[in-house]
Design a protein around this ligand. Structure first.
Ligand SMILES: C[S@@+](CC[C@H](N)C(=O)[O-])C[C@H]1O[C@@H](n2cnc3c(N)ncnc32)[C@H](O)[C@@H]1O
Length: 494
């Protein structure tokens, strides 16, 4: 159907969608995620491990693995926004967001008349969900722009194309042109190319706001939007700079982490791997800004992002530092270590600790290609264990430790839990509230009871191909399942 026609950019305040959807339903729009063969084989072994196969059967286990590879390249069908309910009511934020999106519709010149409904999450009091509309039937144009995989993933979640993400653009491309945007599926396109013959995936059509010469200028990388998406294959509002004091774009399982940690006003909390501060700011909001949240990250530029986010959300109880969390325990007993909010800290000095660990990130969606070697994927387990040891030392007796990752391996998830329970007899696995995901996966010799206490978000279990219904009721049923892959474990310390 529709090429972009500027005349058709009228806002229509419907709740029902008037966009035409692709006629075929339940199909994979994109190829499965491209992984190095060694990584794919490793993951295959995880998903067909003997414990799991004896529960599911070989055929079913293979099907689930196939679904995993397919769903990872597709975007979740809902965008999740965490609302600043420490400042405003959810209804107020919902109302302002509605107005903002209406305004975006008027100025955004979308070719179809769509009004995005805003759906409060049925179980989480600070979450608003917005459907990602797609796959839509969009015609491919002659002029092609190729973007990098990371930029492509952002486009599939509603972003416009920023100049640093552009790899290839036609020789005479100028502002005002309408172009088809593709993602470089295998990381083969060179920056500055005028055309590209490699494997690419269509993302939709966009209106250039920069000339080719602006994007690839000699003075170095340019910033800002280069192409405004006007007819995206998966359409979702752009949240760049939208109500920065009131909403925070965050994957649903990440919001669940904050609630599972259960912070209370007045407590002293440590977020060990905090940047860019999504969970830190949630924790501070749940504490009503009372108490202290110490946020550490080892990368300075990322710590600045935590501070920026804390300021935008008016959360003054966050103290952010650039620090290697592995060394955050004050080991020198002769040297008085500060009990204040700067690292290193005395042992047993925090009520609750979040270890949202650096991980292989294999649960992120959409992700068309991941070029990690097996060595890189396997490098995270030892690092996470070092961080975990520090966490146990810094946690008060009676305190709570939450461990989370956005990956799907056993090594970084259930195996870490099994290791932690053996290594630290003072730890007990605790039930999680809310528990919206599945239980832990078999394969790490945890008992059924232990696995039930874990929370794994497993989009592959309910993946039936691209979304076939955009009715609000159907979408809400998917809210807790059509997410990124994610893992949460909660411990208490005796
Ligand atoms: C999964 S991300 C954290 C996301 C964050 N919790 C949020 O919700 O916004 C992991 C972070 O750990 C940081 N990191 C890795 N190793 C670290 C270390 N030894 N000490 C502190 N931070 C570390 C990385 O820089 C990265 O920002």
């Amino acid at each position: 159907m529709s090429l972009f026609t500027p005349d058709s950019c009228t806002f229509s305040p419907f709740i029902l969608f008037t966009v035409s959807m692709m006629s075929e339903i339940n199909r994979s729009v994109f190829p499965q995620i491209a992984l190095r063969s060694e990584v794919q084989e490793y993951l295959h072994n995880v998903y067909t491990n003997s414990e799991l196969v004896s529960e599911l059967g070989k055929e079913e286990a293979e099907k689930v693995f196939d679904s995993l590879l397919s769903c990872l390249s597709h975007p979740p069908s809902l965008t999740c926004l965490r609302a600043s309910t420490h400042i405003h009511t959810l209804q107020d934020i919902e109302h302002r967001l509605e107005q903002h999106l209406a305004q975006q519709q008027v100025s955004g010149c979308y070719s179809d008349r769509i009004s995005t409904p805003i759906l409060p999450h049925p179980q989480l009091p600070d979450v608003l969900l917005l459907p990602v509309i797609g796959p839509r039937d969009v015609s491919i144009l002659n002029a092609e722009v190729i973007v990098g995989a990371q930029c492509g993933s952002a486009v599939l979640r509603g972003a416009h194309v920023f100049a640093p993400g552009v790899l290839s653009a036609p020789k005479f491309m100028k502002a005002g042109d309408v172009v088809s945007v593709f993602s470089d599926a295998e990381g083969r396109c060179t920056r500055g190319a005028k055309e590209f013959q490699g494997k690419k995936v269509f993302l939709g059509n966009g209106l250039c706001v920069m000339n080719r010469s602006d994007i690839f200028c000699a003075e170095g990388p340019v910033r800002g939007v280069a192409i405004k998406m006007v007819d995206a294959l998966y359409q979702s509002p752009s949240f760049d700079g939208v109500l920065p004091n009131e909403v925070f774009l965050q994957n649903l399982p990440s919001v669940v982490v904050g609630h599972v940690l259960g912070p209370r006003p007045g407590e002293r909390i440590l977020d060990m791997c905090a940047a860019p501060g999504g969970k830190t700011t949630h924790i501070a909001a749940l504490m009503a800004n009372q108490g202290v949240v110490v946020a550490l990250d080892k990368i300075k530029s990322k710590v600045e992002k935590i501070i920026e986010n804390a300021q935008a959300l008016r959360l003054h109880c966050i103290k952010a530092h650039c620090y290697n969390s592995i060394q955050a325990v004050c080991s020198d007993l002769t040297h008085s270590c500060s009990t204040a909010d700067t690292p290193p800290f005395p042992e047993e000095s925090f009520d609750r600790i979040l270890l949202d660990a650096p991980c292989s990130g294999l649960g992120q969606r959409p992700n068309m290609a991941l070029n990690y070697s097996l060595k890189e994927v396997c490098s995270y387990q030892p690092l996470q264990r070092k961080l975990f040891r520090t966490a146990v030392q810094l946690l008060k007796k009676g305190g709570v430790l939450v461990y989370s990752t956005c990956t799907v391996t056993l090594a970084e998830n259930e195996e870490q839990v099994a290791w932690a329970l053996k290594t630290f007899p003072c730890l007990t696995l605790e039930p999680q509230e809310p528990h919206l995901g599945s239980q832990g996966m078999p394969g790490a010799e945890l008992s059924c009871d232990q696995r039930r206490l874990l929370q794994r978000f497993r989009p592959e279990l309910s993946w039936h191909g691209a979304t076939d219904s955009h009715a609000s009721e159907d979408l809400l049923l998917k809210a807790n399942t059509d997410t990124i892959g994610f893992f949460i474990a909660k411990f208490s310390k005796r």
